[in-house]
Ligand binder design. Structure first.
Ligand code: TYD
Ligand code: MG
Length: 486
């Protein structure tokens, strides 16, 4: 019965087959066949399309809109900002993150926030029992009260049951935790298989668009950072929000990697505490809290994501590699970027690390991919190699080019004002127009045209051939919780 309704559709060419095969016989692509409900799809598509627009007719761009849709406030300002001002009714969101990072916690808090401001919420979970969710809610201060009354918990892994409950209760928001635990009756595959994930998401999209109910899907992220399940999920949804951070650490960063209703470069900062995620009013201070005194290998970078400047301590540890291949470990930093910086340091700045183990990470367990971070990473490596600290009240900002030149970064003023506010008094910045014209009270600007200049300004004379006994080996005292030791 169930089998008769499903076909295996090639995701590359669209050919469909009655049985699964490893290779598509039509286009020869491997592992592209996905079990798909054909009949249900055709039945369901049409009414849904009518539901969205009211009538299937072309309309002029200038035609009067349905009116501005008020967004649902999540009650978490940091998240609302990342979303572009809250959740758009009728939209489909995907929140991704590694297991244990706090997705369920975040969404239960969001459920409470939306329930308080905008009406009912259906929290469907295939991961926990209703009792477990209630325990967590109590911990989050959502055990009783008006918000708790307005959040209904549904422990199920059947998409059909969720849709039925949503149609009956008509909540403003449906949370589905997680999409990998959901199944559609007509499909044979297990929960988490590509076909189930895709079909479940499609049906929940129909619910969102057809009924005007916002739906948030939770998605587990695999080691390589992609949201497990089909890639198709990412272009199906209106926004993809990533929740990142280290499970052991307290910092959690929220970013949108896709957003149809806002920008994708906003950053939200949270702290995981005893009673859930708390917005960090002053992320600069939170991240730098454990930064004290001068240690070789430590440099503070003035980064910027969206409108949010964030000062981050880069830590590097460099030590001779012995006989084996030297290790390169990066945490919070793009490893290919680290490799490039090592090459540029060696070839353009006389800081050769080819026979050293190199570890680099960002304090606080955060990860940042921003070109402005380059200079701080390079300086931290050189500082560790020379075993010489860099003045702890100096910040560094700049992108490093292949020739060792420092390239300007966006929003220099905003970064430096944040640095001044946090008590830094000196900044190594790329030389050039943007830097020269800038005057930030309390900050002495040190423009550097290239890595050599920046090294000279922070570590003293460099670029001499290394003296005969090689430069002392950097040893940094690293706090025991740091992943450098792990
Ligand atoms: P969880 O939301 O279950 O993660 P996910 O859904 O992404 O798998 O969060 C799990 C971790 O968060 C867990 O290790 C405990 C921690 N936690 C807190 O520190 N404080 C809290 O108030 C809550 C609810 C969880
Ligand atoms: Mg969870």
């Amino acid at each position: 019965m169930a089998r008769a309704q499903s076909r295996f559709v090639c995701q590359a060419c669209g050919a469909d087959f009655p049985k699964w095969e490893g290779q598509c016989r039509s286009c020869a692509a491997w592992n592209t066949l996905v079990e798909t409900v054909v009949t249900a799809r055709q039945r369901a598509n049409r009414p849904a399309a009518r539901g969205v627009t009211g009538a299937v007719e072309a309309v002029a761009l200038s035609a009067p809109a349905d009116g501005p849709t008020a967004r649902l406030r999540t009650g978490l300002g940091e998240l609302d900002r990342v979303l572009g001002g809250g959740i758009v009714p009728g939209s489909l969101l995907l929140i991704g993150g590694e297991p244990g990072v706090g997705k369920s916690t975040l969404l239960l808090q969001v459920a409470g926030g939306v329930a308080l401001a905008d009406g009912g919420v259906l929290y469907a979970t295939g991961e926990e029992s209703a009792g477990q969710v209630r325990l967590r809610a109590a911990r989050l201060g959502l055990g009783s009260g008006a918000a708790a009354d307005a959040v209904a918990v549904l422990a199920t892994s059947e998409v059909g049951a969720i849709i039925e409950a949503a149609r009956a209760r008509r909540p403003a928001l449906v949370v589905v935790d997680s999409i990998q635990t959901m199944t559609v009756d007509e499909l044979d595959g297990p929960a988490g298989s590509v076909g189930q994930v895709r079909e479940s998401a499609l049906r929940l999209m129909e619910l969102a668009k057809g009924e005007g109910i916002a739906v948030v899907l939770v998605g587990h992220v695999t080691k390589d950072g992609s949201i497990a399940g089909p890639r198709t999920l990412e272009h199906l949804v209106d926004a993809v929000i990533d929740l990142g951070g280290e499970r052991g650490g307290v910092m959690r960063l929220v970013r949108a990697s896709k957003n149809r209703f806002g920008s994708t470069d906003e950053l939200g900062v949270f702290e995981m505490g005893e009673s859930g995620l708390k917005e960090v009013a002053d992320p600069g201070r939170a991240v730098l809290a454990d930064h004290e005194g001068a240690a070789p290998g430590s440099v503070v970078a003035a980064t910027l994501e969206g409108s949010r400047p964030l000062l981050i301590e880069v830590q590097a540890l460099v030590s001779p590699a012995g006989y084996s291949n030297p290790a390169r470990r990066a945490s919070g930093i793009d490893p290919t970027r680290l490799a490039l910086l090592l090459a540029v340091l060696g070839r353009r700045a006389g800081v050769s690390l080819g026979t050293h183990d190199v570890y680099a990470n960002l304090a606080g367990g955060v990860s940042i991919a921003e070109p402005g971070l380059d200079l701080a990473v390079a300086l931290a490596l050189a500082s560790s190699l020379r075993d010489r600290p860099i003045d702890p009240r100096t910040v560094a900002v700049g992108e490093v080019g292949l020739l060792g030149e420092l390239r300007p970064v966006s929003g220099l003023g905003r970064r430096l004002r944040e640095a001044a506010r946090l008590g830094f008094d000196r900044a190594i910045v790329p030389a050039g127009r943007s830097g020269a014209a800038l005057a930030i009270p309390g900050i002495q600007l040190v423009p550097a045209a290239n890595l050599g200049d920046a090294l000279a300004a922070t570590l003293g004379s460099v670029r001499r051939p290394e003296p005969k006994p090689p430069a002392p080996v950097g040893v940094v005292t690293v706090d025991p919780g740091s992943p450098v030791l792990g």
